[in-house]
Design a binder for this molecule. Structure first.
Ligand code: AMP
Length: 399
């Protein structure tokens, strides 16, 4: 069985074609500058990458080129589009109704349109990707996998904000949680690595990348997560503030005369590692500056490490314990010094990692960091959201 996974952003689109019989990616690539120019990079394992500058008017153009390259006599990997059994689309937000991965049709797509007001950044490009797939491959089973659906199990006291309840009823203002596909993937991998069923485990997963979130999963069900109504809540990120006193925003709107759009931009694009350090949103560059003595870069890392620790601690309290701690995504998988900072002085929670393995273990692989005698098993698990989407799509087809 072959499954094409599509992850459409506003001006970019990633794709991966999986052979589910082997679990291998047989081709993947990235379309960039959609609507403002265009370029495609198409990769096949063991072969030279193909790059072409093109014109993408819209997502239809991008997907049309992807399909052409996949079936191209020299650059392709399949003879005909009929070899693709289904398409799996990544969709950030499924709102209150779309709470699990599913095959979608008109009704679900109309619902996605209806929730664009609460998902204005990621909703429209995802819908464009889905519509393009429907136009270019009519009749092909089309699944959507939602970043929010892992959080369908959150108890109401974890997702309702303590503001007037009518705003939840009128505008669906609540915690949704994001990165769920990544948290679900690494949680399922942790189950395999520990060799115990999730129904017996309390797991905390730290997805630390350009966007970051932490999720608590108790006995197989997500019970809390740090991202909220939008991906803005929780940890400081590359350019997002994470949680702050909300009155800071209204105060700055007054004293700086910021419009709601400008306030959004400040919180989303000018804060986090970039805002504090003044150097960069990129973890590596912030570390480099900190190591050269830049005090604000050091402070940005101090805040991040401290906030990760605080959220882990709060989830241990929420679950009455933790058995497994997982680090994943760009920073979680690669930033050894940050992992050491987060896991230091956590013995009282049963968390301790082997310094040598943490600092010198292989990159890009699943790695157990647990120190001898530590009660909590700590792992680095490279995330693979695309594979999770392909797996869900396969499971839906076989139902
Ligand atoms: P992601 O969003 O998962 O692709 O992660 C991207 C983030 O991971 C960027 O901020 C990178 O700087 C960061 N990152 C990748 N490698 C490292 C590293 N060795 N040390 C610190 N940050 C890293």
């Amino acid at each position: 069985m072959k499954i094409l996974v599509i992850n459409a952003g506003s001006s970019s689109l990633k794709y991966q074609l999986f052979d589910m019989d082997t679990g291998d990616v047989i081709a993947k690539g990235l379309c960039e500058k959609i609507g403002i120019g265009g370029a495609i990079t198409h990769k096949r394992p063991g072969k030279e990458d193909y790059h072409e500058e093109v014109t993408f008017r819209d997502h239809d153009d991008a997907i049309a080129l992807v399909l052409k390259l996949l079936t191209d006599p020299t650059l392709g990997v399949i003879a005909d589009l009929s070899e693709i059994d289904a398409i799996g689309n990544r969709v950030a937000h499924g709102g209150e109704k779309l709470r699990r991965s599913m095959l979608v049709g008109d009704e679900e797509i109309n619902y996605l349109y209806s929730i664009v007001p609460i998902n204005p950044l990621h909703g429209p490009p995802a819908i464009k990707g889905i519509e393009a797939c429907r136009r270019l491959m009519p009749g092909k089973p089309l699944a959507c996998v939602f970043d929010t659906s892992f959080y369908a199990t959150l108890p109401d006291y974890a997702y309702i904000y303590p503001i007037p309840y009518e705003y939840y009823e009128k505008y669906q203002v609540r915690r949704y949680g994001f990165h769920g596909t990544s948290h679900r993937y690494v949680t399922e991998r942790a189950e395999a690595l520990v060799g115990k069923p999730l129904s017996e485990l309390k797991v905390i997963t730290c997805h630390l990348g350009n966007g970051s979130s932490i999720t608590a999963t108790k006995y197989g069900k997500a019970v809390d997560t740090s991202m909220g109504f939008t991906p803005q809540e929780g940890l400081p990120m590359g350019t997002r503030s994470g949680s702050i006193d909300p009155t800071v925003v209204t105060y700055l709107q007054r004293v700086e005369g910021l419009s709601p759009e400008e306030a959004d931009k400040m919180l989303n694009s000018k804060s986090g590692l970039l805002g504090v350090s003044g150097v960069s949103s990129d973890g590596r560059e912030v570390w480099a500056a900190a190591n050269e003595g830049n005090a604000r870069a050091r402070l940005a890392i101090d805040i991040l490490a401290y906030d990760i620790k605080k959220i882990i601690g709060s989830y241990v309290a929420a679950m009455n314990g933790v058995d497994v701690l997982v680090f994943t995504a760009g920073i979680g998988e690669n930033d050894r010094a940050l992992r050491a900072r987060v896991c230091a002085d956590m013995e009282y929670l049963g968390i301790a990692i082997n310094e040598d393995v943490n600092m010198n273990g292989p990159r890009g692989k699943e790695l157990e960091l647990t120190a001898e005698g530590a009660r909590v098993k700590t792992f680095v698990i490279p995330t693979d959201e695309e594979y999770m989407i392909a797996l869900d799509t396969q499971r839906l087809l076989s139902k």
